[in-house]
Ligand binder design. Structure first.
Ligand code: NDP
Length: 294
């Protein structure tokens, strides 16, 4: 059985790592804030290491799930690269950027280590349930070798193309997420002011052509309830939408909506702070309109 090191026990990293352990893969975890790794290791009954290289030393598959690709590169240039086993695979579940992923893959190739970008979608609940969508960039044969580990947390696993293409698909998906949250927010605030309740509006929209994951799940569960649980930071959605806008620019594709998604995320992040959840962006629309979604 492939041995696994998991680096980055944040909101989505923890449930992914838990599923890998539950599936029976020998697991060692590491986290920058060591106390988090120690607490997780105690709860789940796995080993934890105090450095990234110590965690990775004997691992066939090293999984990273950090905030950005630059964070992954920083850990790699720290002590991780020196600690990786020849022939190992670095599977990066960070929602990263293609250019940095390609640079990381180059550094790893010199040590005979394979890189696959493998960002995920489906949120913390999807990770808990093992139903994430995993979009992968890299060599198809390399992916086949580590697929059993991905199957511990992913239900739909798609090979998107060479290194960086998983990151690219994820970034574009996130720009669409930002746009549907913002658009649905504008629609429901305006309808609330007009006197149509959000429940009624969503009953119609969710049986009509304007529906989306935002209208079907995020608004009913998080906005109408005013629960706004903090599961995925707005700061991370901002990072994702900026990657999407950069890809469009690099490819010389006029993409005003993608750029707008990025700018709206940055604006909301500035307004609401680094800890706000992505769905809380709706609060900015409500503030401008001096009205709540009701
Ligand atoms: P969190 O902010 O909850 O956790 C971030 C993790 O990265 C922490 O373990 C943090 O360590 C670590 N980290 C950040 N910077 C560094 C660094 N320079 N060196 C070492 N470790 C670092 O983020 P999430 O878990 O929510 O997200 C992780 C990735 O997954 C992101 O790319 C995000 O976009 C993506 N994602 C998240 C989803 C979600 O629902 N939350 C859904 C899909 C994708 P420390 O504990 O020390 O701060």
């Amino acid at each position: 059985m492939l041995s696994v090191a998991f680096l980055g026990l944040g909101a989505i990293g923890r449930p992914i790592a838990k599923r890998i352990s539950t599936a029976g893969f020998p697991l060692t975890v590491w986290n920058r804030t060591t106390d988090r790794a120690a607490a997780f290791a105690r709860d789940i009954g796995v080993r934890h290491a105090t450095s990234a290289s110590a965690a990775a030393k004997d691992a066939d598959v090293v999984i990273t799930c950090l905030s950005t690709s630059l964070d992954v590169e920083q850990v790699l240039d720290g002590d991780l690269l020196a600690g990786l086993k020849r022939g190992a695979t670095l599977l990066d579940c960070t929602s990263g950027d293609p250019a940095t992923s390609r640079r990381i893959a180059g550094k790893l190739a010199s040590k005979n280590v394979v890189f696959i970008d493998a960002p995920v979608s489906g949120g913390v609940r999807g990770a808990d349930e093992g139903t994430l969508t995993v979009m992968c960039g890299g060599d198809a044969r390399d992916l086949a070798r580590v697929r059993p580990v991905i199957e511990a947390f992913g239900k739909k696993i798609v090979h998107c193309g060479p290194v960086g293409s998983g990151d690219a698909v994820k970034a574009m998906n996130q720009a669409l997420l930002a746009l549907t949250i913002w658009g649905t927010g504008e629609a429901l605030v305006a309808l609330s002011k007009l006197g149509v309740s959000a429940n009624v509006a969503l009953e119609v929209i969710n049986a009509s052509s304007g529906r989306s994951n935002a209208s079907m799940n995020l608004f009913p569960e998080r906005v109408l309830t005013r629960a706004f649980p903090r599961t995925f930071k707005l700061a991370l959605l901002d990072k994702d939408a900026r990657i999407a806008a950069q890809i469009a620019r690099d490819e010389r594709v006029p993409a005003p909506l993608t750029q707008l998604a990025a700018d709206l995320c940055t604006l909301a992040r500035t307004e609401l702070g680094e800890e706000a959840d992505h769905v809380e962006a709706v609060k900015v629309i409500e503030k401008w309109a001096r009205a709540e979604v009701r």
